[in-house]
Design a protein around this ligand. Structure first.
Ligand SMILES: *[C@@H]1O[C@H](CO)[C@@H](O)[C@H](O)[C@H]1NC(C)=O
Ligand SMILES: *[C@@H]1O[C@H](CO)[C@@H](O)[C@H](O)[C@H]1NC(C)=O
Ligand SMILES: *[C@@H]1O[C@H](CO)[C@@H](O)[C@H](O)[C@H]1NC(C)=O
Ligand SMILES: *[C@@H]1O[C@H](CO)[C@@H](O)[C@H](O)[C@H]1NC(C)=O
Ligand SMILES: *[C@@H]1O[C@H](CO)[C@@H](O)[C@H](O)[C@H]1NC(C)=O
Length: 185
């Protein structure tokens, strides 16, 4: 009964605000697109064009490196750890996160993720990344082109980062929080 009311409420809100309701099946034509970051793979799950620009979802698989310290000027970011152990730094505070955890980072807040793989496990850490509004799906496409052509061209990478409001910050001094002791091989 409550669920019906919630659905009705959401539908009404959807109509009033002019937003579309999005249902994306796992095998939709838009879902799979792989980007060749070194040791990382990104898959588009829901593109901005499917959500009228309101949000975007992709899945990241990191083998032994995560995104360095940076911040987003244009989007709020919600992480869901699908599988694995990672160490976060958010607004200067460091903490561990593992399978099942959510981490929400609003725009303008500095963030970074450490993925540590001393045993050279071939099993990547998987994170679902949701951003509000959309835009970063296009960033991934543009960055992928650069990585294919010349991944050492930092000028080109900086131009694209600037366009999408991503500010790189100084490298993180990671603390030893023992986040990775339960890493499986
Ligand atoms: C898409 O968003 C614009 C404003 O950003 C709105 O005017 C329009 O009604 C939306 N369309 C749908 C189908 O939700
Ligand atoms: C859906 O995608 C998965 C992963 O790519 C694939 O294994 C599966 O066969 C697909 N299923 C259908 C019905 O296309
Ligand atoms: C980030 O940390 C600073 C200083 O500790 C604090 O003033 C600020 O409120 C924090 N920002 C957020 C979004 O939590
Ligand atoms: C992991 O790979 C690095 C670089 O190839 C190598 O130096 C290191 O010995 C490897 N570690 C293990 C536990 O195999
Ligand atoms: C690097 O990228 C910039 C901007 O796209 C381009 O102008 C420059 O020619 C590139 N440099 C090299 C060495 O390819």
């Amino acid at each position: 009964m409550h669920i019906v009311f919630v659905l009705l409420f959401c539908t009404v809100i959807g109509i009033v605000s002019g937003k579309s309701i999005t249902i994306t099946k796992k095998n939709s034509s838009a879902s799979i697109h792989t980007l060749p970051f070194p040791n990382s793979v990104f898959q588009h799950k829901i593109r901005g064009r499917e959500t009228n620009g309101t949000f975007v979802v992709f899945e990241a698989a990191y083998l032994n490196e995560g995104p360095g310290y940076h911040l987003h000027m244009k989007d709020d970011e919600l992480f869901y750890i699908i599988d694995g152990n990672v160490q976060f730094i958010v607004n200067g505070s460091q903490f561990c996160a593992s399978s099942g955890d959510y981490v929400y980072v609003p725009r303008f807040v500095s963030q970074g993720i450490r993925v540590y793989n001393p045993t050279n496990s071939t099993k990547p850490v998987k994170i679902q990344i949701m951003l509000f509004p959309s835009g970063l799906d296009n960033f991934l496409d543009e960055i992928a082109l650069i990585y294919n052509e010349d991944r050492t061209n930092s000028t080109a990478i900086n131009i694209i980062s600037q366009k999408y409001g991503i500010i790189d910050l100084e490298p993180v001094q990671w603390k030893d929080l023992h986040c990775f002791e339960k890493t499986s091989t």
